[in-house]
Every structure is written in C-alpha cells, then in structure tokens.
Design a protein around this ligand. Sequence first.
Ligand SMILES: [Zn+2]
Length: 196
Amino acid sequence: MEGKSRREAEIILNQKSSFPIHASPEKVRHLNEHEVLVQFCMDQELVQILEEFKNLQGFELKNQSYLEVFKKMGRFALKELKKKKGIQSSSSSPKSTPPAELNQVPNLTKFNPNSRYISKPLKTLLWQRQDGKCAYTDPKTHTKCGSRYALQVEHIEPFALGGLTAPENLELLCPAHNQLRATQRYGEEKMRKYVG
Ligand SMILES: [Zn+2]
C-alpha cells in the first residue's frame, strides 16, 4: 500500500476482500428529537459535487465534516431558491440561523450595559464575532465546540454579580455548554461562600 492515498488503499482492500462491501439501501433512524442518522452510499456524481463545492469554498470548508459541508450546501441552495421564488428568508428561519438583520451594521448605541436585556443589535454583533458558533473551548484540548445548534447569548461574568451586558462580557453558547458554564459557576459561588 506504499505510496497510496488512504482512499486508494481502501478501494484496493475492499476489492481484494473475500466479502467486498457493496452499497446498501439508505437507512434512516430517528435518534432523538433533534438528530436523524442517515446512512447511504454516495455515488460518484455526489462525491464530485461535494469535492467541487469544498474546493470553491476554500479554507472555510477545509477539514470540515460531511455534516458541515451538507449544511453549507443546503443553506446556499435554499437561499438561492428562495431568492428565485421571491420568498424572504427571514420568515421561516429555524433556531440556529443568524438573525435577519445580520447583514446590517449593528447599531451599538441601542444597548444598555446596565440592563440584563440583550438587544437584537447586540445579538447580531456576537453572531458576527463568533461566526454563529458556540464559543466554548475545551481547557484541556483547546478544541472549540463550534456547534451552531440553538445558540444562546450568555453573560460571562453573571449579570447578578455585576457583569455588564456588553460585547466583551457576552458569548454565544450551545445548550450543553451553557449548562456546563452554569454548573461551573454554581460551584464557584459555593466556594466563594467558604472562602469569603
Ligand atoms: Zn458548545
């Protein structure tokens, strides 16, 4: 297998195997409320489409999972289709699509750092800053979560403890990491009682 790419090596191994793997029919399993496991064989045409799309997108999709590539393709196709059919894309945006006013420059005079309320321009600003992804970074591995699912804006220093509602004290987190932060904070507060 020397000098062969992983792809070439896999093909050769599959051909040599006494039980070569053949494409099975599509399988669809609903794992939970939000996730569906779909198993199917990509034919040559789809492989080529994906490769071409990834290449044209450049670094943005380099080393990204198929999930991210399909999502990007889907969003792109949907946007084009809606434009063609004259449908405004803001009308049916699911949870994790950016706010409709994303393309406008956020009006920063509209937020009050002493109010808990997080205004739309502020949300837009955070969305742009984090590219619509969860900001959580694993302290050990330094890997970013990057989830785009159901993101929530959270205060880093809690508002109740004097944290301001300002871009530098806010971040977008996915539900799992929002929960994790809350648990960590609860632990810290408990510790404060003993120390202080
Ligand atoms: Zn996350």
